[in-house]
Design a protein around this ligand. Structure first.
Ligand SMILES: CC(=O)[C@@H](O)[C@H](O)COP(=O)(O)O
Ligand SMILES: NCC(=O)COP(=O)(O)O
Length: 240
């Protein structure tokens, strides 16, 4: 079975909604690890809409499992990664106006830049993963970069409208994983995975790690709400 990288971006989304100090992503990472997370994933976006650079610095010092830094392949982000030295970097495409990551990286169309960034990071002992669609040409180009990993974008599978479409997208993911592993790449997957759709992806042969965030933070908000309200009643009564 693949390991679980817990993406805690949306803990920071709640904090940034008020620009306050809670909830703290560092505390969230500790709790995720206590719950069995095999790794912690954060996406430091150029617009800093959720995770901040300080969070990544603190997480580097506190995460006991491994820290996966998702980032765009920009000079600014490469400099941050070289300074903080996460356990691995996942290069992702990024658009300021997007609600979340749309599609995978175009490795074919920017092979020279990808080669340069992968080489800079891996020469500093930071393994690189490329977040791509399970597309034959993108996988072939990823091999050329010498990145150690790819992360297959599971968004289209997660958004499938019916069972036939879901099976079709699952086959695309399985075939992509097979091609990548046969070419020497290690394979992770993520985006849009939920408690209801994760199992089929977890069963893909050779899958190493699943990075999952939004559904876990969403569920945490609901399963923790009753206790949170009970504790506020205690606080109001001066009992906390
Ligand atoms: C790369 C990816 O699929 C996710 O990590 C996603 O980017 C999380 O960050 P956002 O929710 O800000 O898109
Ligand atoms: N790379 C995918 C990830 O880290 C989490 O994506 P999501 O579960 O928040 O959609």
């Amino acid at each position: 079975m693949p390991t679980l990288g817990v993406n805690i971006d949306h803990i920071a989304t709640i904090r940034q909604a008020r620009r306050t100090v809670e909830p703290d992503p560092v505390a969230a990472a500790v709790l995720a690890e206590l719950g069995g997370a095999d790794g912690i994933t954060v996406h430091l976006r150029e617009d800093r809409r959720h995770i901040q650079q300080r969070d990544v610095q603190l997480l580097r010092q506190t995460v006991r499992t491994h820290l996966n830094l998702e980032m765009a392949a920009t000079d600014e982000m490469v400099a941050i990664a070289l300074d903080i030295k996460p356990d691995y970097v996942t290069l992702v495409p990024e658009k300021r106006e997007e609600v979340t990551t749309e599609g995978g990286l175009d490795i074919v169309g920017q092979l020279e830049r990808m080669n340069e960034v992968v080489d800079k990071l891996q020469s500093a002992d930071i393994p690189v993963s490329l977040f791509i669609d399970a597309d034959r040409a993108q996988i072939e180009a990823s091999v050329k970069t010498k990145a150690q990993f790819i992360e297959l974008h599971t968004g289209r599978y997660a958004e499938a409208h019916n069972e036939a479409n879901r099976q079709q997208e699952l086959t695309v993911l399985s075939q992509g994983a097979e091609q990548a592993i046969a070419s020497g790449l290690r394979v992770n997957a993520g985006h849009g995975l939920t408690y209801w759709n994760v199992y089929a992806v977890a069963c893909i042969s050779g899958m190493e790690e699943l990075n999952i965030g939004h559904t876990i933070v969403s569920r945490a908000a609901l399963v923790g709400l009753e206790r949170a309200v009970r504790e506020m009643k205690q606080a109001i009564r001066g009992e906390l």
